[in-house]
Design a protein around this ligand. Structure first.
Ligand SMILES: [Zn+2]
Length: 458
């Protein structure tokens, strides 16, 4: 009896093990099948490392950005459109790893968990990935950057749709330059600077400092500041670009006075300043579909008046991506709650089934609706008092803040501009950086205006 019961036990162990094995195999097929089907080693889909038979990548207007023809992946007919969209659409060599072509290859190849590569074998075509981007406006952004390194992004802050995402330096994926790997001009060419470029925010950070002050310092609107060319502390000075004399916060933001904002940061205090920045998305994971996005960083600033003064004007250890700058503007425009940006509108199989659709998703609240309204009026005043609406098409009601971010005393600073349109028809938020461009309002703002005007031309 004893040996019989042992045999039964052993049999049960065998059955359990086989079931576990089968379950594991099934699990692997479900979770890894897509990876296997679209692996560059799978010759059904790849020839010499090129994704063949894959579906189209299209823009918001249905323009074909990438397609398969005669067993070859080809890109848009216009070389400037191809160059402007290299970092989002991708290439045929896998150099741009954080791209739609690479990150959505499972969809493009037509693989799905139930049918495997059935779609591809029956239709000789994978799924179409339709993007929210507007190819023509991306081309305008590429032209506006005019050979300089930098990034431009624009999104609809009500729907979340990314309209423009351009990073430079770039190249035409149909004509890869021979010196792409050893020329200074192409330095960092494989990086999408919109999502992975981390830069000091410079004076654009004064928007965060102002938000923290509105929420934490009573009577900040009516407080008098005096700028004699610097904010003085016992540890040293935070220098201003000018001697602004006496002014209030609203004027100090429009004139981008460092003395006033270094003082405001000290009125707020280190931990509250950091908390406000985090509420706006710093130190938080921001996503853009399956593309790689780096997290914008703010390190705990000590309650040292000099360090805190520099932090308040964005010249500390703080780093930000253009995507996050745009999202901050979207949060202010959206009454304190950002709509998360997205890039893929829908994925349609060759058989016509729509698998995946992008939609407006709310992020965590950054500030109260009242604070957002005050920030909006400050950013609108910047245009009325300082930059001038003339940069933009008529009636768009631009709001925004420039920044000139120092990185190295021997180099020209980076030029920033981040803003949004307070406009029902065109609810767009945007960010522009021109590396070593100089003045934000003189260099980055015209780039932003050129792109936004292209999107709003009637
Ligand atoms: Zn000043």
């Amino acid at each position: 009896m004893k040996s019989a019961s042992n045999r039964i036990k052993i049999m049960w162990i065998f059955i359990a093990l086989s079931l576990a094995g089968a379950a594991f195999l099934l699990f692997s097929i479900i979770t890894q099948g897509g990876t296997w089907a679209t692996s560059t080693r799978n010759s059904h889909l790849y020839i010499n490392g090129t994704l063949i038979g894959a579906g189209n990548i299209t823009d918001a207007d249905g323009e074909i950005l990438c397609a398969t023809a005669d067993g070859k992946r080809t890109f848009h007919e216009d070389s400037e459109v191809r160059s402007s969209l290299l970092h989002v659409v991708g290439d045929n060599h896998g150099f741009i790893s954080s791209s739609v072509q690479n990150q959505y290859r499972t969809n493009l190849s037509g693989y799905n968990r139930i049918m495997g590569v059935w779609e591809l074998s029956n239709f000789e075509q994978g799924s179409e990935v339709n993007l929210t981007l507007k190819a023509k406006a991306c081309k305008t952004a590429y032209e506006a950057l005019d050979g300089r390194k930098g990034a431009v992004c624009v999104y609809n802050y009500k729907t979340g749709q990314m309209l423009v995402s351009v990073s430079t330096p770039t190249y035409d994926p149909e004509n890869v330059p021979e010196n792409v790997n050893d020329s200074e001009y192409y330095d960092g060419v494989y990086i999408n600077r919109v999502t992975m470029g981390l830069y000091p925010p410079g004076s654009t950070f004064k928007v965060i400092t102002a938000a923290a002050a509105i929420d934490n310092v009573k009577g900040i609107d009516s407080k008098d500041f005096y700028c004699d060319g610097a904010y003085h502390t016992s540890y040293g000075d935070v220098k201003c670009m000018s001697e602004h004399g006496s002014l209030k916060m609203k004027e100090a933001l429009a004139k981008s006075c460092n003395s006033a904002f270094a003082e405001i940061a000290n009125d707020v205090g280190a931990s509250k300043l950091q908390k406000t920045a985090e509420n706006f998305g710093y130190n938080q994971k921001i996503t853009l579909g399956k593309l790689g996005v780096y997290t914008s960083e703010i390190k705990t600033v000590k309650d040292d008046p000099l360090e805190l003064g520099w932090a308040g004007i964005g010249q500390s250890t703080t780093l930000v991506t253009p995507l996050e700058q745009m999202r901050i503007m979207g949060a202010i425009a959206g009454d304190g709650v950002p709509i998360e940006p997205y890039l893929v509108q829908k994925v349609t199989t060759a058989a016509g089934f729509v698998n995946e659709t992008g939609s407006a998703k709310k992020g965590a609240r950054a500030v109260s609706p009242e604070t957002a309204a005050q920030l909006k009026s400050l950013l609108r005043n910047n245009f009325e008092a300082q930059y001038g609406d003339w940069h933009f098409n008529e009636g768009l009601n631009p709001c925004g803040k420039s920044g000139t971010a120092e990185t190295d005393p021997n180099k020209t600073p980076h030029a920033w501009f981040a803003g949004f349109l307070d406009n029902e028809e065109y609810p767009y938020a945007f960010a522009v950086i021109v590396e070593e461009g100089g003045s934000g309002s003189e260099v980055a703002l015209p780039v932003a205006a050129q792109v936004v005007n292209a999107l709003t031309d009637k």
